[in-house]
Design a protein around this ligand. Structure first.
Ligand code: KIV
Length: 273
């Protein structure tokens, strides 16, 4: 199955995502953290690739996204960009690189853009990070917002449970989404919030919303690619649909290789010089 599985092979832009929302076309987004995976994900026709700070969990084995550094995100994003022809590549700004000082945030944002060649950045948070978001946008850098369950704040939340079930938190999320859209963000990820709230917010703003555990009323969906490919066994939230069981497939293949080496079956005469 060679080539793109979509008719339109032009490079995806933030403007195209806006047009997709206007015309009711859903946006498909997945994470990638390295060149090889990004090539496959892009070749299969994904619209947006997120170099998520979930690399901290998926690539480095950390329990949270907090430990990953700016240099490490730059390494991942640069590797992904090399493998992508069509998708819009969005890179997460890691914890601590935009919350402290808006001027610092712009400097860090510029570094990511210059050193990786990615197309846009994603920041977690609402009105409290608006000064940083504004300055980054003023520097000509497209920004995607991220509201609801924001994993960089896990120590404040104390739980990965669904957010914004209470009216006060739902109201803050409504205000945050309006503010991010009005200031010029090109899209907003809504993570693990009630589907009704996500649908309402999606209808109330002009820019696309991307759901992860926020239901089908959003303008697009995102999943962590390792989760949807079934590369880990322990993570089974309600919102996750598994499209493959690569954990078992890879274990079987590697187990077969081990057996072949040990039995002397590999390499055979045709596999040597
Ligand atoms: O880092 C990440 O993978 C993300 C997604 C969960 C949206 O931010």
């Amino acid at each position: 199955m060679a080539g793109y599985l979509v008719e339109d092979t032009r490079k995806v832009t933030t403007h195209r995502l806006y047009e997709m929302k206007q015309s009711g076309k859903k946006i498909a987004m997945l994470t990638s953290y390295d060149y090889s995976m990004a090539q496959i994900v892009d070749g299969a026709g994904i619209d947006v690739i997120l170099v998520g700070d979930s690399a901290s969990n998926m690539m480095a084995g950390n329990v949270t996204t907090l430990p990953i550094t700016l240099d490490q995100m730059i390494y991942h994003a640069r590797s992904v960009v090399r493998g992508v022809k069509r998708a819009l590549v969005v890179c997460d700004m890691p914890f601590g690189t935009y919350q402290v000082d808006p001027q610092d945030a712009v400097r860090n944002a510029v570094r990511i853009m210059q050193e990786t060649g990615c197309d846009a950045l994603k920041l977690e948070g609402g009105v409290e990070i608006l000064p940083a978001v504004k300055l980054i946008l003023d520097a000509g850098i497209p920004v995607m917002g991220h509201l609801g369950l924001t994993p960089q704040s896990i120590n404040k939340f104390g739980t990965y449970a669904v957010r914004a079930r209470e009216e006060a938190e739902a109201n803050k999320l409504r205000t945050d989404a309006q503010a991010l859209a009005e200031v010029g963000c090109f899209g907003i990820v809504l993570e693990k919030i009630p589907a009704d709230l996500a649908t309402e917010v999606s209808k109330s703003i002009k820019v696309p919303t991307i759901s992860i555990g926020a239901g089908g009323g959003c303008d697009g969906q995102v999943l962590v690619v390792h989760d949807m490919l079934g590369m880990n066994k322990g993570f089974s939230p309600k919102f996750l649909r598994r499209y493959a069981n690569l954990y078992d497939i890879m274990t079987d293949a590697i187990g077969q290789y081990v057996a072949d080496v040990k039995s002397g079956d590999f390499p055979n005469e045709n596999e040597q010089y």
